[in-house]
Design a protein around this ligand. Sequence first.
Ligand code: ACO
Length: 331
Amino acid sequence: MDFVGIMKGKAVSKQKKLVLPEGTEPRTVRAARIIIDERLAASVTLLGEIADIEKTAKKEGINLDNINIVCPHANDRFGAYANEYYELRKHKGMTEEQAKIDMADPLRWGAMMVRMGEADVMVAGAENTTGDVLRAGLAIIGTVPGLKTASSCFVMAGMDSQWGADGALIFSDCAVIPDPTPEQLADISESAAQSCREFLEVEPVAALLSFSTKGSAKHDDVSKVQSALEILKGRNPGFVFDGELQADAALVPSVTDKKAPGSPVRGKVNTLIFPDLGAGNIGYKLVQRLGNAEAFGPFLQGFAKPISDLSRGASVDDIVTTCAVTLSRVK
Ligand code: ACO
């Protein structure tokens, strides 16, 4: 599966607007040039002090033709953005003064551009931590109607074609919520199912994983997954799922037949829901390193509009890929 090629093709055909808040960061400036040159976006906006962005570009030998550069605190939309932010957060104790301070932060400005429809997508994290990117997104963009939880997924690809969708699966959540509640696990499952549709282009078949299959072990961590399953059933979310299942019971039909006979996910699982961040994060890295799978992500899911976080170790190519994937998700 040429995941990157497919996502880039979608981004080219959609021609959406991208904002990159870390506009003075060298890899980000290089990525912006590639994104415009490859026509992956209709526009790219770099945020930061204008002189600093230009200085970075000059040092990197990058020309900024057809790339927008915006300094939040000097922009003529500053008052309108600060006011929108104040109105949005005043029930949490936000003051007008603090709103102006916060809006000068490129991360929050970028999120506000997406909220206001002046950008379709925000990608950041080459300099900022995951927590900072998430907090800006949560405070300003919020979650998709009907869900309270933002989370993440990886696309794991390049495995034997017997697994998932021709050797590709969604793993979730591997990057955001350390210890999800049952409600959050149900939200993660719904978001991961949507990610499966968008990234793998197949109908989701999800397994809620555990160290227990259908009550084989008793523990609070097992009860949590069982509760999530009941919540999901109550929501009737429109995709096939089952739990709690051990990974082999979820993936290997002969084991499913022994441990969870009659399971609707038998032989068809393409979306794995991990019970917590420890399992998800360790799980994807083991499959990537020991199983030689390709790991794409983490991609954020559950936000009302598409935003993505980067690893601070991201290469220029990683940034371009993440931007293309995020642009491909715009409705
Ligand atoms: N979904 C929706 N809302 C959330 C979520 C979520 N997942 N997490 C927190 N919130 C809300 C809170 O309710 C709060 O709302 P409010 O301001 O309206 O009251 C707001 O977001 C901020 O909450 P905080 O208490 O400041 O944030 P918290 O300390 O809970 O941290 C965060 C949330 C930032 C998402 C945290 O869980 C985190 O840092 N996760 C990332 C873990 C990590 O480091 N992953 C990277 C390594 S793995 C890898 O990259 C592969």
